[in-house]
Design a protein around this ligand. Sequence first.
Ligand code: PDD
Length: 286
Amino acid sequence: MWIFLNDKFVDRKEAVVSVFDHGYLYGDGIYETLRAYAGRIFMLQQHLARLRRSGRLIGLDLPIPEKDWPALLSAAISRNGLTDAYLRITISRGEGEIGLDPALCPRPTAVILAKPFAPYPSHLFQDGVSLAILQVRRNLSAALSPQIKSLNFLNNILAKQEATRARAFDGIMLNAEGHLTECTISNLFFVRGGRLCTPSVECGILDGITREVVLLLARENGVPIEEGRYKAEALQQAEECFLTNTTMEIMPVREINNTPVGSGRPGPLTLKLQELFRRNLSRFLE
Ligand code: PDD
């Protein structure tokens, strides 16, 4: 496995980072997860724009020029002999003396990792997954904005542990006001009264790139959309529910807190959006 580290591709064994790296010491850094289909990357420019935004929000200049990214990511795919690939870009603050000041770190550490894409088991798409509504709240936007895709992932990890304890596939986090936000690594959608509903960005979520594509496809196909603030009770009236992210695309939800959503089977709008996603996929590949 070839891993890009700072300025060159190195073998996995040589891809090591200092224990003084502030990414390791403090979770000070950012990342992106991307996916390649037959060698072409899904929503590449949007992922790179979000990486830059995360960097801007933590005062971190990307150590790789904007124009170099597409070729580097392609090289990460081809050098590893991949076509369908999972890609992770990680940029940490870099190595520096102990202390919080980013000025202690002269140079960020950049890593690009590419590995074969491992799809979720097909039975999850056929049957849908189970969710639990969690006690762990989503980070407060004014404290650590969920719009920063940061290496500081403990909020989501604590949420994931709670979901696992509840024997659920994943969990839904509420914000401090008790409104729905998102799951640990995905955005949440539900259908109510025939409308496609999803928590608005103001609720304190990561504005997922798959979410954006799903909203676009829904809009183009005349599906009524509502982005809003919803209490957990809204899910009791949901006819359908699904999750979105880069690796799942659109994942149906079968039950929430052990109660079936609608028929307990992937619903018609979920299936229609999955079909639209597949049919339009090539539009979103670069
Ligand atoms: N996670 N919300 C959170 C908290 C996420 O971590 C992610 C992505 C999403 C969906 O974003 P997108 O559609 O751009 O993948 C929403 C990625 C997959 C990860 O953590 O690896």
